[in-house]
Design a protein around this ligand. Structure first.
Ligand code: NI
Length: 192
């Protein structure tokens, strides 16, 4: 398994809507394993394929490292679609591997229903709430070219602009290897 470099703000691929996966082949299977490995290596709890440079509509999620969610099973979601949002909303401080050191409270629906294909290409429908529903929404947003910061108020986004611009210029640090908008690669602090 490979650790893939993670694309950061504001690389063009992070603004693109993902393409549906039409068929599962060996290279896609290997890619999904690499995505899981990359997410765990970066200590993330979710990762979307465009964050590692692929246009495919795939996300991997594993919230089991978070206290209180140890028994939550990891998920692979292919072509996910949210089919229901609860009226009830909640807020939670989100971060993103593509936005190192940015953390903000984001308001989202508390519960969702989502349809997707699992890694065996079996159709699944799942209801989720709490942290799992939040991470699903965050990752599916990525597949639609949306950052969590796009969900903030205009004021908060304005306040974040300089910080985001510094990330895009590589004036940031991460334990994992990142790809800047111009394609240059910066090795992670943990790597050679
Ligand atoms: Ni993210």
């Amino acid at each position: 398994m490979k650790v893939l470099p993670i694309y950061v703000y504001d690389h063009a691929i992070l603004k693109k809507k993902a393409q549906k996966v039409e068929q599962m082949d060996e290279s896609t299977r290997i890619f999904i394993e690499d995505m899981k490995h990359t997410m765990h290596n970066a200590e993330g709890i979710g990762l979307a394929a465009n964050q590692v440079g692929s246009p495919l509509a795939i996300t991997v999620i594993d919230i089991s490292p978070v206290e209180g969610y140890e028994s939550t099973k990891p998920l692979v979601m292919i072509n996910p679609e949210i089919t229901y949002y609860s009226d009830e909303e909640s807020d939670y401080e989100e971060g993103c591997l593509s936005l190192p050191h940015v953390r903000e409270l984001v308001i989202r629906p508390e519960a969702i229903q989502v349809s997707y294909f699992d890694e065996h290409i079996k159709p699944q429908t799942m209801q989720a709430d709490g942290l799992l529903a939040r991470v699903m929404q965050h990752e599916i947003d990525h597949l639609n070219g949306i950052y969590f910061t796009d969900r903030l108020s205009q004021l908060k986004r304005t306040l974040l602009q300089a910080k985001l611009r510094r990330i895009s210029k590589g004036e940031t640090s991460a334990d994992y290897t990142i790809v800047l908008p111009d394609g240059s690669i910066i090795s992670g602090d943990d790597e050679e």
